[in-house]
Design a protein around this ligand. Structure first.
Ligand code: ADP
Ligand code: ZN
Ligand code: ZN
Length: 764
């Protein structure tokens, strides 16, 4: 018997499949998914490499002419399942990436490293015990020269609470670690090591929460999906309902139904929405059956959560995109909340879309997939609407459930559009319209909070010479530099390049340098000038730097009642601020202006989402939308929160221009140091594919420089293909890539990228 093994390595040369002999004694143990150790290389000192078995076969074509080596060892503890491997293979094929990169996503956090000493281990902590008889200690304490009331108290406490976790003892007794250490030094207490699970939720007081009685719309949705749970069949469902319409309540009741069947659920939420508030809601309903996976946990915490799932101690996984790979047993339900969110598409290899994978897994396990959103992705809603008309067997069939009103009777904020052209016409050159200025003042007087949203960070987008038009560009990237006021530097948002601000134009020596555009820093400065007494806090990539500061900023805004929060996309979701009664969208125009097929969709979603931050408490909220395009449908319909009308308008454009859902978009990206080579290789690929697609429905566009065509001294070109992603399409691209000869150009294929403005996202 032979095994196909993929070596667990980043080295490119090893990223192939190798055949190994399965020794007789290991035959029973080695399965698809087994982690194995294999000899590798020809050197005399044979090193063992670790890898995974991805296939088992009777014959090997390499067995005849070369002497195949044999597998040395199996590691059963760290093995994967056969379905893991199947998924990894599928991903590698569809998303043009290495199997080993996909496998890494399925390994326990921290175990991808080959060096086993670097791997995570279960943590051992100190538990405090009395070191001798209680009476003895008390006797000694009472007769010592320096009697300590505190020490006696601790010993008394320990008498009834032996084995308490050391930090808990410190906090309950309100003493420092040194006090405990003194007791240990005197021989009164001792520490014992016991393995414990690091629990990211400890020290949290969780109120128990009971299921709510569902309203009629919720019940209909619940019943529909529950049928698929009860009768074990695949279904794809969309819950379309505004914020607060009770989607999460339905998710929780479905999860309960799955739990009652002894099965597990995976619930995905956008990374940025994985706030303590969100997690607490699930914890208070399900307690320790929850495991949470997200990037803010320490590696150790993530490892423990992963183990909890693997050992089936937690049956509910709440997490960001990659939680789909959690090792759940007996999967019964997958939920994707805010299904339109761009974070569900990975922008790094493997460039997968988790919605595709979730759909695949739901089909395979005969379980429901539930998508939820107030502003579903245009394609999702299209399939859901189409499904009503078409045959259930259609592979894109989606059941649509609509929730039309807020479950807790909160009213939607009143929203107004302000035409910034008119402001300019009236001589107001500020970033804030008179109306928004007055609304902010009003809020300050009433001690209510305000959120100001702006899509661009920094102080000003670019710097230009008034006399000759010179613009300060990054020397490494073909993009203008952004002025950062506090550091007084020009920064490149793509490569991090920094330089001193200009006072004299390098081209014409003029001193008439002008700062154009707007950013969060400039807005903050303007606010501080207009309202010197107001407190402000800013949240963007420049202020969110340490591990927790995203959370910290939001907490400070809430707890310290800071008057105004200024921020980029980062503030659009997650938290609930009951005292926010005014949201100002300083500019609605950023995404609309992008030459991106889904720019308008993103703009609509963002405006609706940000607007939803206003008036969540008892006082009704207001929203002010500033724009230079007051008649654009994305803005007028976002103002009315009219998703259906927006969908109807947008879908017509998509149909006319042949964009998703009427086709898929394949972006082939070329990246290299040598401009001529980049252009040459992209042309070669184009010619091969153009020939193949002749007479088909696929449309391929000539290679062109990317919107930002040089980043970190690498030239970037791209080809766009519009067509359906089928295996024929995938094979054609592979064929082209394999037939352009040797070169030094990196070629990346991105299936339905969330933006075509490749490299254009350096602004948040
Ligand atoms: P969404 O997920 O759509 O934003 P939630 O499920 O969070 O909505 O519901 C919004 C609020 O309404 C929550 O406070 C929730 O507890 C409450 N709620 C939801 N469903 C009901 C119900 N059937 N009866 C009473 N309150 C409900
Ligand atoms: Zn000049
Ligand atoms: Zn740069």
């Amino acid at each position: 018997m032979f095994a196909e093994v993929i070596i667990n390595s980043n080295a490119r040369a090893l990223n192939r499949i190798f055949d190994y002999v399965i020794p007789k004694e290991l035959e029973g143990q080695i399965k698809i998914g087994s982690r194995v150790f294999v000899p590798f290389g020809n050197s005399k000192i044979q090193k063992l490499e670790d890898g995974f078995v991805i296939n088992i076969k009777q014959k090997s074509e390499f067995a005849e002419n070369s002497k195949l080596k044999a597998i040395a060892k199996v590691d059963e503890k760290d093995s994967l399942t056969e379905s893991n491997i199947e998924l990894a293979k599928l991903m590698a094929y569809k998303y043009f990436c290495n199997i080993s990169d996909c496998i890494k996503l399925m390994l326990p956090p921290g175990t991808g490293s080959k060096d086993s000493s670097k791997r995570m281990h279960e943590k051992t902590l100190n538990f405090v015990y009395l070191a001798k008889k209680y009476d003895e200690i008390i006797f000694e304490l009472e007769n010592s020269k320096r009697r300590s009331e505190k020490q006696t108290k601790i010993i008394n406490f320990l008498k009834d609470n032996q084995g308490i976790y050391r930090p808990d003892l410190e906090s309950i007794m309100e003493v420092t670690p040194s006090t405990i250490k003194t007791l240990a030094d005197k021989g009164y207490v001792e520490f014992r090591a016991e393995p414990v699970k690091r629990n990211p939720f400890e020290h949290k007081e969780i109120k128990r929460d009971r299921p709510k009685k569902l309203n009629e719309e919720q019940q209909k949705c619940f019943d529909g999906i529950k049928k698929s749970i009860d009768s074990n069949y695949y279904s794809n469902n969309l819950i379309f309902g505004i914020t607060g319409s009770g989607k999460t309540e339905i998710y929780m009741q479905l999860i309960k139904a799955v739990l009652d069947k002894g099965k597990s659920s995976i619930m995905l939420v956008p990374e940025i929405s994985l706030t303590p508030q969100t997690i607490d809601r699930f914890l208070s309903r399900f307690g320790d059956k929850i495991a949470v996976l997200h990037s803010k946990l320490s590696q150790g915490e993530r490892f423990d959560e992963w183990q909890k799932i693997k050992e089936n101690k937690a049956q509910i996984v709440v997490g960001a995109r990659s939680a789909i790979f959690a090792p759940v047993s007996n999967l019964g339900l997958i939920i994707i909340d805010e299904e339109h969110d761009t974070s569900y598409k990975s922008e790094m290899a493997p460039r997968y879309n988790v919605k595709d994978l979730a759909n695949y897994m739901a089909k395979k396990n005969n379980i429901p997939l539930v998508l939820g959103s107030a502003t579903p992705e245009i394609s999702t809603f299209y399939y859901a609407k189409q499904s009503k008309l078409e045959d259930k067997k259609n592979k894109n069939y989606i059941d649509l459930y609509t929730l039309t009103h807020r479950a807790n009777n909160a009213i939607l904020p009143e929203s107004k559009i302000v035409d910034m052209r008119q402001e300019l016409h009236n001589g107001n050159k500020s970033m804030l319209s008179i109306e928004l200025q007055e609304a902010i003042k009003n809020n300050l007087d009433n001690k209510e909070q305000t959120i100001l949203f702006l899509n661009r960070r920094g102080f000003s987008t670019f710097i230009m010479c008034r006399d000759c038009g010179y613009v300060a560009n990054c020397p490494n990237c073909n993009i203008s530099l952004t002025y950062h006021k506090y550091s007084n530097l020009l920064k490149c948002h793509y490569c991090g390049h920094e330089e001193q601000v200009l006072t004299i134009c390098p081209e014409c020596q003029s001193t008439r340098i002008k700062y154009f555009g707007t950013g969060t820093q400039k807005l903050e400065e303007e606010i501080n000038k207009l309202y010197p007494k107001a407190t402000t806090i800013r949240m963007d990539l420049d202020t969110v730097t340490t591990k927790n500061s995203h959370e910290d900023i939001l907490n400070r805004f809430k707890d310290e009642k800071i008057d105004i929060l200024i921020g980029t996309q980062m503030i659009a979701k997650g938290h609930d601020f009951p005292n926010v009664t005014l949201v100002g969208v300083v500019s609605c125009d950023g995404q609309i202006g992008m030459p991106d097929y889904n720019g308008v969709e993103r703009a609509f979603q963002t405006i609706v989402q940000v607007s939803g931050r206003s008036g969540r408490g008892t006082i009704p909220g207001r929203v002010i939308l500033q724009t230079y395009n007051p008649d654009h449908y994305a803005i007028t319909l976002a103002q009315k929160q009219d998703y259906i009308e927006f969908f109807n308008t947008e879908i017509n454009f998509r149909k006319m221009l042949k964009y998703p859902p009427f086709c898929d978009i394949i972006l082939i990206r070329f990246n290299g140091e040598n401009l001529r080579e980049v252009s040459l290789i992209s042309s070669k690929i184009y010619l091969i594919l153009n020939k193949i697609y002749e007479g088909s429905n696929n449309v391929i566009f000539k290679p062109v420089p990317a919107p930002v065509d040089k980043i970190k001294n690498n030239y970037r070109w791209r080809i766009i293909i519009k067509g359906k992603v089928t295996s024929k399409m995938i094979d054609s691209i592979r064929y082209a890539m394999d037939n352009v000869g040797k070169h030094n150009v990196q070629i990346l294929v991105d299936i339905n990228p969330s933006s075509l403005m490749w490299g254009r996202n350096g602004n948040s």
